[in-house]
Design a binder for this molecule. Structure first.
Ligand SMILES: *[C@@H]1O[C@H](CO)[C@@H](O)[C@H](O)[C@H]1NC(C)=O
Ligand SMILES: *[C@@H]1O[C@H](CO)[C@@H](O)[C@H](O)[C@H]1NC(C)=O
Ligand SMILES: *[C@@H]1O[C@H](CO)[C@@H](O)[C@H](O)[C@H]1NC(C)=O
Ligand SMILES: *[C@@H]1O[C@H](CO)[C@@H](O)[C@H](O)[C@H]1NC(C)=O
Length: 241
């Protein structure tokens, strides 16, 4: 997948429901019916080996940094009164240039609501950010705001099953119906940062400054890459959508 495609696909997540007014937290979001089954969305959920979990072990929004988990994954947390947090660590391969991996870390949070038709709409607080590292690009490592204008994102559907071995299992379908890999409940109590905007404004300039300031101590692509290359086949198969 091209670097530009990755960026474009991130951008796609943004405008789907921009026409909706600001989402109010309407109180109880618990749905237990025939299709949204077995438990509520409330809690923290994580894919695969469950190394990616929202909250302070993944991200430090105060200085817009990330803590690299051992493996790639996606994690959502939801409160039962209308707040969400999202963490993603994904690696995209490059078929013709096996060394040209792109790693993407993403952290965001805000409000969510469940529509009458069962879709979930999230609205970011505006302090989310992402880090993209491309082993081959001229600018190989940068941090930028994500959904800085409180964009909304639509998730078409969700389902919760009980897996005999792993317990509660959440399936979330993206705006175009593509499912994320299944997420397992890692905590019935959501592991989240405070549910409000934690920065006033997350500007690109601030992001650049903060990246520069800590570039000396930053874990380099090389050190991330060594482990990442081993993972890429699995990552592309299981997490690249
Ligand atoms: C793979 O990497 C090469 C070198 O950076 C680039 O020219 C090419 O477009 C990439 N291909 C894909 C599919 O990303
Ligand atoms: C960012 O903040 C976190 C938590 O406050 C701290 O643990 C970490 O060392 C900081 N990182 C940098 C690069 O300043
Ligand atoms: C986004 O939402 C947060 C909290 O709800 C608010 O503080 C901030 O001003 C909003 N930003 C924009 C650009 O609307
Ligand atoms: C639910 O309604 C929203 C807003 O009208 C729409 O965008 C979405 O596609 C609908 N979801 C389903 C599953 O029909």
């Amino acid at each position: 997948m091209r670097f530009s495609t990755i960026i474009a696909s991130l951008a796609l997540a943004v405008p789907a429901l921009a026409q909706l007014d600001s989402i109010q937290s309407t109180g109880e979001q618990m749905i237990l019916n025939d299709i949204h089954n077995t438990t509520s969305l409330g809690g923290s959920w994580s894919t695969g080996s469950k190394n990616v979990v929202t909250g302070p072990q993944f991200a430090s929004p105060n200085n817009m940094s990330f803590h690299f988990p051992k493996t790639t994954g996606i994690s959502f947390s939801f409160t039962n009164d209308g707040f969400f947090e999202l963490a993603q660590y994904r690696i995209f391969g490059n078929g013709s240039q096996p060394n040209c991996l792109t790693a993407m870390m993403l952290w965001d949070h805000g409000r969510y609501t469940i529509l009458a038709n069962g879709s979930i709409v999230t609205q970011s607080f505006g302090d989310g950010y992402q880090q993209v590292q491309n082993a081959c690009a001229a600018v190989s490592n940068f941090i930028q705001p994500f959904n800085a204008n409180n964009e909304t994102t639509l998730y078409q559907q969700f389902r919760i099953f009980t897996d005999l071995q792993d317990g509660y299992k959440l399936h979330i379908f993206q705006f175009d119906g593509t499912p994320f890999p299944p997420q397992f409940q890692v905590s019935a109590t959501p592991i989240m940062f405070p549910t409000r905007n934690l920065h006033n404004t997350t500007t690109a300039a601030a992001a650049k400054r903060s990246l520069k300031k800590r570039s000396a101590g930053e874990r380099s692509w090389a050190s991330v890459g060594a482990g990442a290359i081993a993972l890429v086949v699995a990552a592309v198969a299981s997490v690249s959508l």
